[in-house]
Ligand binder design. Structure first.
Ligand code: GLN
Length: 471
């Protein structure tokens, strides 16, 4: 059952928040040992469910929360040994807002350490498996959230997207995932990776369910100076008839894809044409350079953000040599990929290299943004694949650069600050495929409307639950 259907049944009194919680918890106990979607479960869930006011807008809804989003009193690790025992004394704004409307946190989901990766294999704890094929990755870094929603261990989830971490796992697991316009969802309580790119985003098995989460959590937050004063109106927008839209298929995303992706693109275009969209091919010339720019800018910001983890290991501060040892021991606990990013980030920011790397990457970012702005003079939405192929095998990308190349189509939206949504659009054998829609800055609602129109036109045919449904 989809989240909005559960919500309706709870509102009619047909099922109680406690029954919903019991059902999902039982399913997690039965299935998660084979998937590894969760790092921590909320032990107070049933007690909290008993206390929920069924009249609240999100009463009866459970959310799986990526473990780099802090939850008060509930362990938050960011997938890192460094934070293995971190009990946050405060709540992320996004989570606080969902809870205030009656939603409950089911548990915390696995991720690549600090969000750095595209497969969830860089988690310090264990890799998560793809519910459609346990020998494959669920994508990353929000792989735990994507696997949980795809396998219906949770009706809803939160992820974070710095360079594709909501959309790519959503694509690999056959669900919907939105990377909102930068600033639409508060980053307060999101453990920072690359602050100018990071956004919290919703994941679900229907565009309508994304709308439920966005309406509850988006909007200005005094605790995040980059948050935008754009009041969300997602559910309302889904009820409005779609005007005839101009859809630009990004030429740079049209070659080098697996046959299933090419087919899914053709099929989706036929659906959009059938909905009255005016479809044409457009070019986003700098898109191929978004990847190298991203892998300079994101590590640069990460190297600065991660400098705060100095004395966390022992929680003590000594003097002289002693401080040095504590810092060294702490840093030694970072995983290999995180250390690689810190090294690259420090290098590209160092004097003598700054202009050659960081400066040029920033210039590229500006160019990418300017090109996108020009494109949105010609078309209302852009379409391109989420990934060039379906989920790859666990252990299938041992070369870090090969892993980085997985993000080819997703990093552009982050660098340009634009909203982007991955929607299920096909299968290659048993493996789901996602396509991606991009909208102009602040037009997140339009993205959801287009994805919803596609979902309705195809009767939700691309959302399957590999292990059977919970409710
Ligand atoms: N895969 C990308 C990276 O490793 C994006 C990660 C993310 O969006 N958090 O940086």
């Amino acid at each position: 059952m989809l989240a909005h259907e559960i919500r309706a049944r709870v509102a009619r009194g047909e099922v109680s928040p406690l029954e919903v919680a019991q059902t999902y918890l039982k399913r997690v106990w039965e299935l998660d040992h084979g998937l590894g979607a969760f790092l921590t479960l909320n032990e107070n869930l049933l007690e909290e469910a008993r206390g929920v006011d069924p009249g609240l807008p999100l009463a009866g809804l459970l959310v799986a929360v990526k473990d780099n989003i802090v939850t008060k009193g509930l362990r938050t690790t960011a997938g890192s040994r460094l934070l293995e025992n971190f009990l946050p004394p405060y709540e992320a704004t996004a989570v606080a807002r969902l809870k205030a409307q009656g939603a409950l946190v089911l548990g915390k989901t696995n991720l690549d350490e600090f969000g750095m990766g595209s497969s969830t294999e860089h988690s310090a704890f264990f890799p998560t498996k793809n519910p459609f094929d346990p020998s494959r990755v669920p994508g990353g870094s929000s792989g735990g959230s994507a696997a949980a929603v795809a396998a219906d261990l949770a009706p809803l989830a939160l992820g974070s997207d710095t360079g594709g971490s909501v959309r790519q796992p959503a694509g690999f697991c056959g669900i919907y995932g939105l990377k909102p316009t930068y600033g639409r969802v508060s980053r307060f309580g999101l453990i920072a990776y690359a602050s100018s790119l990071d956004q919290i985003g919703p994941m679900a098995r229907s565009a309508r369910d994304l709308a439920l989460l966005m309406d509850a959590m988006a909007g200005l937050d005094p605790l995040d100076a980059t948050s935008l004063d754009l009041p969300p109106r997602f559910q309302e927008a889904l009820g409005e008839p779609l005007p005839p839209l101009r859809l630009g298929v990004v030429r740079e995303g049209l070659s080098g894809n697996s046959p299933g992706v090419e087919e899914a693109l053709e099929e989706a275009l036929a659906v959009f044409r059938g909905l009255g969209f005016d479809v044409k091919e457009v070019s986003w010339p700098s898109l191929p350079l978004a990847l190298p720019a991203y892998y300079i800018l994101a590590p640069a910001e990460a190297s600065s953000n991660l400098a705060r983890y100095d004395g966390t290991l022992f929680g003590v501060r000594g003097e002289g040599e002693e401080i040095f040892e504590v810092v060294e021991a702490t840093r030694a606990r970072f995983g290999l990929e995180v250390k690689r990013r810190i090294l690259v980030g420090t290098f590209v920011l160092s004097s003598g290299y700054y202009e050659a790397y960081y400066g040029r990457a920033q210039a590229l970012r500006r160019r990418l943004r300017a090109e996108a702005r020009a494109l949105f003079g010609e078309v209302d939405l852009l379409l391109l694949p989420t990934t060039p192929h379906p989920a790859f095998p666990l252990g299938g990308r041992p070369d870090p650069l090969a892993m980085y190349r997985e993000d080819l189509y997703t990093v552009g939206a982050n660098l340009a600050g634009l909203p982007a949504l991955s929607f299920p659009a096909g299968f290659e054998g048993p493996l789901p495929l996602g396509l991606q829609l991009l909208a102009p800055w602040g037009k997140d609602e339009l993205l959801l409307r287009a994805a919803f129109a596609h979902e309705e036109a195809t009767g939700g045919a691309f959302v399957r639950t590999p292990l059977g449904e919970a409710l």
